[in-house]
Design a protein around this ligand. Structure first.
Ligand code: C2E
Ligand code: CA
Ligand code: CA
Ligand code: CA
Length: 279
């Protein structure tokens, strides 16, 4: 794994001018930004822990604002969610990411095992009546097998969903689309409840990875992660860890039985051209 520069823009810089742009201003400009193609996607590799091979990539959207520079999703996704623009924006991200995955597959990137692409879904998209049909249409148009797509839904959104709201995800899962429980461990799931969710992967939140950063790692933190991994495997869920920043963390999480990983230790999010050389 190679380190790739620092943050190229102020995704999380509290002092940046970007902080001062009002929510109102951003909200007002979102529709024109979507029409004017000001959004773009970066991809962050997902790596198999057993052999370090490239499993796929998560699509992460950015807004290239003509006056304020590149804005990270934390700045505008909540606004897009609030106004409902997340539905067309999310559909655009899905279409772009699926087309990109197809290009990688055609070029044989990922070797014998076809590369996957992960796309984040907001709660609002989950409730949209066209979710299943739209997703199928996007996959068919691009010619990507459903099993090469994984939709990430936060644990919080999943546990709030009732059976009606879970049905679309269940239908997609039956077609072979992967469903990941994102940011797992931050939503206080009733663990027994996990059984009723149509998930295939559990994505352990970065807060757990951070807990293992101390040297030696907190033995209680280790036991907690071990317990989650074992429960997930019992339920036939694979486990992906996010936010892996050091080799020591990677080793530890591998020893704890995690299946795949994502984080700066492997690669930062980057343009699609960079993925083939990422790992
Ligand atoms: P997420 O789904 O939890 O995505 C992972 C976030 O962690 C990304 O932030 C990524 O850049 C960051 N990250 C990855 N590796 C590391 C690491 O080793 N250390 C640290 N400190 N951070 C790491 P990003 O790109 O700013 O995205 C933030 C959130 O925005 C995402 O969190 C996701 O919830 C949301 N998001 C991004 N793209 C979309 C989208 O297309 N649709 C929706 N609905 N949400 C999106
Ligand atoms: Ca995610
Ligand atoms: Ca996550
Ligand atoms: Ca997270």
């Amino acid at each position: 794994a190679k380190a790739e520069g620092g943050n190229r823009y102020a995704l999380a810089d509290p002092d940046s001018d970007a902080r001062a742009i009002s929510r109102h201003h951003l909200t007002h400009h979102l529709p024109a930004a979507l029409k004017g193609a000001e959004f773009f996607i970066e991809y962050q590799p997902l790596v198999r822990m057993e052999d370090g091979s490239l499993e796929g990539a998560e699509a992460l959207v950015r807004w290239s604002h003509p006056r304020h520079g590149v804005l990270g999703p934390d700045r505008f996704i909540p606004l897009a969610e609030h106004t409902g623009l997340i539905v067309p924006l999310g559909r655009w991200v899905l279409q772009e990411a699926v087309r990109q995955a197809c290009k990688w597959q055609v070029r044989g990137i990922g070797g014998a095992r076809p590369l996957k692409v992960n796309v984040n879904l907001s709660p609002r998209q989950l409730h949209h009546p066209e979710l299943v049909d739209d997703t199928i249409a996007v996959l068919e148009e691009a010619g990507l097998p459903p099993s090469s797509l994984c939709l990430e839904v936060t644990e919080t959104a999943m546990i709030r969903a009732d059976e009606n709201e879970l049905r679309p995800l269940r239908e997609l899962a039956e077609l072979g689309v992967g469903i990941a429980l994102d940011d797992f461990g931050t939503g206080y799931s009733n663990l027994a409840n996990l059984r009723r969710l149509p998930a295939s992967t559990l994505k352990l939140d970065r807060s757990f990875t951070q807990g293992l950063q101390r040297d030696p790692a907190d033995p209680v933190d280790l036991k907690i992660v071990e317990g989650i991994v074992s429960l997930a495997h019992t339920l036939q869920l694979s486990v992906t860890v996010e936010g892996v920043e050091t080799g020591a963390q990677a080793q530890q999480l591998r020893d704890l039985g995690c299946d795949s990983a994502q984080g700066w230790f492997y690669a930062r999010p980057g343009p699609p051209e960079r993925l083939p050389q990422a790992v």
